[in-house]
Design a protein around this ligand. Structure first.
Ligand code: BV8
Ligand code: ZN
Length: 253
């Protein structure tokens, strides 16, 4: 028997011409990637974002920042997509779907989703902090336990500058191309807001943009958060439970 919420979402999806997902760290929690906020092993309960995820932190201590991101790259490399990622990839067989994520991992892509918009960049999209040259990730593989607490950044092959992770830090502008694609995706009939606390702007404003354009918004998150007020339905279950149930209700992958 499917949950009534799964049937309600499937019913909306059947009538939708365009569908979007706005995802956050909760989607990858089921793959063992820690979320940012909240208790347990969340990142910001263990680390100070101002010392690790700002341009000022990079200026002050690039070895510390680089080591922290190498540790996170190793966590992601060791993780596999969960049933939530796989269900989103499967949904694309049923509806015209755009995936917008705040996550910097590649688990959607590895689950089979195409054209994922990463509004906060990607861990693997390395670039030179000085000349912006892109650097394909030809880094030595690491396991999380082996990443030292400090690690000099790789050097740019063009100018010798330090190579930085391709993520958007606090105080940095989002890439125009990603932001424009995200806003365009919000012109949808149904928006699935999955696993985000809605604390970080401007990404959090995307749900309001979709709602103001007439989208029906469902929030899939065990907790209520900053975007609950924009949702027509709050479904308080983990993503890797809810999303496969929606695909089942639609008639399988
Ligand atoms: C900018 C780096 C301007 C990448 C990240 C005061 C008020 C308003 C705004 C501001 C303010 N002061 C400063 C700002 C702006 C600031 C901001 O929003 N700050 C907030 C926090 C106060 N924003 C910025 O600085 C942005 N840039 O504004 O630029 C500008 C313009 C022109 C020129 C120059 C500058 C840039 C923001 C980028 C931030 N980057 N990190 C990295 O290292 O990864 S933030 C970090 O938060 C991640 O990137 C992440 O993507 C993002 C959002 O977090 P969530 O994904 O929502 O994750 P969270 O842990 O919070 O929540 C997880 C949720 O999952 C929870 O709700 C939980 O219940 C749920 N969950 C758990 N398990 C499950 C689940 N759900 C479903 N299933 C489960 N199993
Ligand atoms: Zn360079």
């Amino acid at each position: 028997m499917t949950a009534p919420q799964a049937d309600a979402v499937a019913c909306r999806l059947r009538d939708a011409r365009r569908v979007a997902v706005l995802g956050g760290a909760g989607l990858s929690a089921g793959s063992g990637i820690p979320t940012f906020r909240g208790g347990g092993d969340s990142l910001w309960s263990r680390f100070d974002p101002m010392r690790l995820a700002t341009p000022e932190a990079w200026q002050a201590d690039p070895a510390l920042v680089w080591a922290w991101y190498r540790w996170r790259m190793a966590l992601v490399a060791a993780a596999v997509p969960n049933a939530g990622h796989r269900a989103i990839a499967a949904l694309a067989a049923h509806v015209a779907l755009r995936v917008v994520t705040q996550n910097v991992d590649d688990l959607h892509e590895r689950a089979g989703s195409r054209d994922v918009v990463h509004v906060h960049g990607r861990l693997g999209a390395l670039r030179c902090a000085d000349c912006s040259e892109l650097h394909a990730a030809a880094l030595a593989p690491l396991v999380p336990a082996d990443v030292p607490e400090r690690l000099p950044p790789e050097r740019c092959t063009r100018c010798g500058g330090a190579v930085r992770p391709g993520v958007v830090w606090f105080g940095e502008a989002l890439a125009d191309e990603a932001w424009d694609a995200a806003v365009a995706a919000m012109a949808c009939d149904v928006l699935l807001v999955v696993g985000t606390s809605g604390q970080v702007q401007p990404a959090a404003s995307l749900a309001r943009i979709a709602a103001s354009r007439g989208a029906w918004v469902v929030e899939i998150n065990p907790e209520r958060g900053g975007l609950s007020g924009d949702a027509d339905l709050h479904w308080p279950v983990p993503a890797d439970e809810a999303l496969p149930a929606v695909v089942d209700a639609l008639g399988g992958a």
